[in-house]
Design a protein around this ligand. Structure first.
Ligand SMILES: *Cc1c(COP(=O)(O)O)cnc(C)c1O
Length: 443
């Protein structure tokens, strides 16, 4: 755990000389397909700050893509994971089980929506959790088809590439993809042809019609949706959409899977984003924020569905690693003790009015959306809804140069997203927004 000063500081050109040196070693030794948002190498990170090897301190508006919700060196995560490291690093849960895994499963049963009997299985990555949710749903329903949505993102493995909607950079050249995956419309309010107020009803009707006509509801094992679409551009499905799809799944014996890998664990001001519309999923996939940065993911859901896979059918060498489980227990402890749901709502209360005021000043900001500490702005060409990815890249670059780490996203590459650690101080938040506003003014 560091004692990193919580202030922005730019002391070199970005990237600085040490980062540049590391970048040339990286270029020579790391595969080109693995990209980075900026060529700056981390030395320490804590609270709302990432410090690089040249001593620059960046305000963290990314949390390593919604992972370090509790900070990147949270006391309880470091304490519990360090103690576990000293006891043992691995036995393999499938060989010699240990308490931490069971405790994480118990916590997941308690925290996820619904008061039915629940069970969990633990894995390493988000993609692995989604793959296993599909395996479990197929075993339970004895059906094969999987329904996903426009703008959805579910990972980079073969099956999850098939589930992911965007071609570049995730799929281009990497096929053929897994079969029996079907994509239907989602209620993207800002871009819905007849307006946001109609999007929920019309998009759900279209999605359901396509499932009935093109697949046959009786062939569908699972419907998988992100309650707030992450890589698609922080799209909150318009009101009424999620309940309609959830109801359709119930009526047709389809397993409804909420992919809360990005939106879960306090990110939106609830333990899970689907709670905002009272949705109780059959299965829920979690990862990212779950373990304070240690690699862990889970599928949690109705006990009778989770138990449909035969013994030995689920698992993996490292799944539910004991150090990662200890990290998760530390992260959950932190979320409870610091009431990070309230912190997420407070971040929204600071960010949204500032961003809305910027939208009135700068007409390339077409939309401000999201909730909690999962907030985004969508950039368009003035007076149109035409996506403006060039301006988006310029804004991000300008923020990086001034010591603010922002990420971009969206199907059209025209969304700036804000995912600060929930433990970020309010002064850093405001300072980061000042830098963003100056970047728009200078554009
Ligand atoms: C990041 C993400 C995944 C994939 O998680 P990995 O750990 O990168 O495999 C899946 N679904 C959603 C919604 C995500 O945001």
């Amino acid at each position: 755990m560091s004692t990193l000063p919580q202030e922005r500081r730019v002391v070199t050109a970005i990237p600085g000389p040490k980062s540049q040196e590391l970048q040339s070693r990286r270029t020579a030794s790391v595969a080109a397909g693995v990209g980075s948002v900026m060529p700056v190498f981390a030395a320490r990170a804590d609270g709302g700050i990432v410090e690089d090897v040249d001593g620059n301190r960046f305000i963290d508006f990314g949390s390593g893509i919604a992972v370090t919700t509790v900070g990147a060196s949270a006391e309880a995560v470091v304490r519990r994971a360090s103690a576990q490291l000293a006891d043992f690093t691995h036995t393999c849960f499938m060989v010699t089980p240990y308490e931490g895994y069971v405790e994480v499963a118990e916590q997941l049963a308690e925290l996820t929506p619904g008061d039915h009997a629940k069970k969990s299985a633990l894995f390493n990555s988000g993609a692995e959790a989604v793959e296993n949710a599909v395996k479990i749903a197929r075993a339970y329903t004895k059906r094969t088809a999987v329904v996903v949505f426009d703008h959805g993102y579910h990972g980079r493995t073969n099956l999850t590439m098939a589930l992911t909607s965007k071609n570049m950079p995730y799929k281009q050249g990497f096929g053929p993809f897994a079969p029996e995956v079907y994509r239907v419309p989602v209620a993207y309010g800002y871009r819905w042809p007849t307006g946001a107020e109609n999007a929920g009803a019309e998009a759900s009707a279209q999605a359901i019609d396509q499932i009935n006509k093109q697949i046959g509801a009786e062939n569908v094992a699972a419907i998988i949706i992100e309650p707030v679409l992450g890589e698609g551009g922080f799209i909150e499905p318009a009101k009424g959409f999620l309940p309609a799809i959830r109801q359709f799944a119930s009526d047709n014996g389809i397993v409804f899977v909420a992919d809360e890998i990005q939106s879960g664990f306090c990110r939106t001001g609830q333990w899970f984003a689907c709670e905002d519309e009272g949705i109780v999923p059959d299965l829920i996939t979690t990862a990212k924020g779950i373990a304070g940065g240690l690699p862990l993911s889970a599928v949690t859901g109705r006990a009778e569905i989770m138990d449909a896979a035969h013994s030995g059918g689920l698992g993996g060498t490292y799944g539910g690693n004991p150090v990662a489980c200890a990290g998760a227990l530390g992260a959950i402890e932190t979320m409870r003790e610091l009431d990070l749901n309230a912190k997420a709502k407070r971040i929204e209360a600071v960010m949204k009015p500032r961003l809305t005021a910027m939208q009135e000043k700068f007409d390339i900001i077409g939309d401000v959306r999201g909730r909690g500490a999962m907030i985004a702005i969508e950039l368009v060409k003035s007076g149109t809804k035409e996506p403006h990815p060039e301006a988006t890249a310029q804004i991000a670059k300008a923020c990086h140069a001034e010591g603010v780490l922002v990420l971009t996203t969206g199907t059209y590459g025209n969304v700036v997203r804000f995912l600060p650690p929930l433990v970020i101080g309010e002064e850093l938040l405001t300072d980061g927004l000042d830098v963003l506003e100056a970047a728009f003014a200078a554009l």
